[in-house]
Design a protein. Structure first.
Lengths: 327, 298
């Protein structure tokens, strides 16, 4: 009995470090497929700042935002959805105007929905218009459940808006045609990759360019090739200091220098190595061969901002429902 | 029984074709649903070679995930075992008001989806929840730390031990305990000398089930863990993380460890059973109830 009690006490002791506070320690709450990227970034940052520890948490960013509001003490967030940081603003964890606090709307690197086709591009897929062809099968997850697929939906819509001069009926018909070419809607990006790679369904998978590179790396660069369309939608990877937590912990300074590091040449280079496009001109020039030219449009210019998008497109009965429901 | 032959009713097993095809179906299903996935885990785990496998396991985050899962089980399983035995004892050996309600409450976690349990914990212990602000002012961290993980695991596995014990203890009735008490045995002595020997295999089975479920629990833990790698990532969460990272080999390596933990549990159970098999009757004799063993009950 006594020994049991001792064991219990020892185990409780193990729990203690979890609640320890220290300003030489940061918790970065990040999105779910960024583990390797931030493992590399953190290693480089710690090398430059000896004695510092960066802890990482990864999950879908909506879940992360909710967890922070419920008490996950993240000093910084590195998300892949602007709207999830807005959720933190609404709950008083991040101060308004966070996008002005770091360069490029607080997005140290960026990507966009791009294509990955089978080796040799047998169906000759070059642009969004090819996805609406009768003989092409397209893979991307369900936009109702996947943030990644929402970008795909918006990028296809942005292309159609230009191609059909903003004619809503024609835009809708075009995007519907692409949706009709999707044989299975998986719930998330990872499942869609399995469908495309392991079940060998579809001629092209649409996901972020960085992701297409990891898929090719994981499953064989000789089996797939990336195709960059003529135009796509800028996908930002927004970062912010979680003011409420950083102030409580006294970690603001360290948090700032950590996020600054993501903008510094070294941090940018690591991001580029993991397939993200970066703003630093020198680094961008160095990786020029891996990143074909593309014209990117952004959410504000094409759609008038995220708020409008969620009202017009993603709300119940919105455009997405019409298109997705028509199948 | 219209076609009964010479007073012998036909039985399912009489027809050899039927018997074999039934056996065949079972074997195929077992192969497809249990053996094949386990083999795939092993094959995929070593798909990049034994060295890569060893490296995956040696990764500090993976090691920590294994440790965290074992610690969680070491805390949650004993508590749930004590709870389960106490609950089963109370329900089957005593009469009191609200007994049925208690039975229902104990079984509730079975019918609640683990993810719902996790979210419920958020609403109770989260910053926006019932006790969150109080806990924060006292600097007690429950969510996104070990206590939250243990609590969520305990909630999900609370019924396992009680569920195994209650039917057995009900069938065994109260005669032995009443006899022991009337002979002057104390409550504790009655429990350890009379009740425990009779329920120990069911108890062991309950503990094994509880343990495997604690180690494998994903949904509820996923909500309350905070997914901090090297800190609050349990093994199942870590496996998912690696899988999402396109690190299939690493993910399967971690999965094989989880499978091994389950197998270790089973081996321990079998070993205990073997060891105990020879002495099954002795504790009953201690209580002075030599000939009374469970099957004497109608």
């Amino acid at each position: 009995m006594k020994r049991l009690l001792l064991l219990g006490a020892a185990l409780l002791g193990l729990a203690a470090p979890f609640s320890a506070h220290a300003a030489d320690k940061l918790l970065n709450a990040s999105y779910d497929v960024a583990r390797e990227l931030f493992a590399a970034e953190n290693e480089a940052f710690v090398k430059a700042h000896p004695g510092v520890t960066i802890d990482q948490s990864h999950a879908g960013t909506s879940k992360q935002a909710r967890a922070i509001v419920e008490g996950l003490e993240a000093d910084v967030v590195t998300f892949n959805q602007v709207t999830d940081i807005d959720f933190l603003v609404k709950n008083g964890f991040v101060a308004e105007g966070w996008q002005e606090k770091f360069p490029n709307a607080a997005s140290p690197f960026y990507s966009f929905p791009s294509f990955l086709v089978r080796a040799g591009n047998p169906k000759n897929i070059k642009d969004w218009s090819d996805l609406a062809r009768d003989d092409v099968k397209v893979i991307f997850p369900n936009p109702k459940t996947s943030g990644n697929a929402r970008y795909t939906y918006l990028a296809a819509t942005a292309y159609a808006k230009e191609a059909f001069n903003n004619d809503p009926a024609k835009v809708e018909a075009f995007v519907t045609k692409i949706f009709d070419n999707v044989p299975v809607f998986d719930t998330g990006g990872r499942a869609a990759t399995t469908t495309f790679v392991e079940r060998e369904i579809g001629d092209v998978i649409i996901t972020f360019e960085a992701e297409t590179k990891s898929i090719a790396k994981q499953y064989g660069e000789d089996k797939f090739e990336g195709v960059v369309p003529s135009v796509s939608l800028l996908a930002e990877f927004p970062v912010a200091i979680v003011d409420k937590v950083a102030d409580a912990k006294g970690s603001r300074e360290l948090a700032k220098s950590y996020l600054d590091f993501l903008y510094a040449p070294e941090g940018q280079k690591i991001a580029a190595e993991f397939g993200h496009r970066v703003h630093d001109e020198k680094v961008a020039a160095e990786f020029k061969d891996q990143f074909p030219e593309i014209r990117l449009v952004n959410v504000d210019d094409v759609f008038g901002g995220w708020k409008k998008i969620s009202e017009e497109h993603f709300a119940e009965g919105g455009t997405l429902d019409k298109i997705y429901g028509s199948r | 029984m219209v076609h009964a032959r010479k007073g012998k009713p036909p039985r399912v097993g009489d027809n050899i074709v039927f018997r074999r095809s039934l056996l065949g179906i079972v074997l195929v299903l077992v192969a497809l649903m249990i053996v094949a996935p386990l083999v795939v885990i092993a094959v995929e785990a070593f798909s990049r070679g034994a060295v890569y496998f060893a490296e995956s396991i040696a990764d500090p985050d993976t090691r920590h995930a294994i440790l965290l899962t074992v610690i969680t089980a070491l805390i949650a399983v004993p508590i749930n075992t004590a709870f389960g035995v106490a609950a089963a004892w109370a329900i089957t050996k005593h009469d009191f008001r609200g007994k049925r309600l208690l039975t229902v409450i104990i079984e509730l976690p079975f019918s609640v989806s683990p993810i719902v349990a996790g979210v419920a914990y958020l609403f109770v212990y989260g910053l926006q929840g019932l006790f969150g602000p109080v806990l924060q002012s006292m600097e007690i961290k429950i969510l996104f730390a070990l206590p939250g993980i243990v609590l969520a695991s305990m909630f999900v596995t609370a019924p396992f031990v009680a569920r195994e014990l209650i039917p057995l203890m009900q069938a065994q009735g109260r005669d032995l305990e009443e006899a022991a008490t009337s002979l002057g045995a104390s409550g504790w002595r009655t429990f350890f000398s009379v009740t425990l020997p009779n329920i120990k295999w069911a108890l062991l089975y309950g503990v094994v089930l509880c343990n495997s479920r604690v180690m494998g629990e994903f949904g509820a833990v996923s909500v309350v863990s905070g997914n901090i790698r090297g800190q609050t990532n349990t093994l199942p969460l870590h496996i998912e993380l690696l899988y999402h990272d396109y690190n299939a080999a690493g993910s399967f390596a971690a999965a094989s460890i989880l499978a091994c933990l389950a197998i270790v549990t089973l081996v321990v159970k079998v070993a205990l059973e073997r060891q105990g098999a020879g002495r099954v009757q002795r504790p009953a004799a201690l209580a002075g109830a030599d000939s009374i063993i469970p099957e004497t009950k109608p």
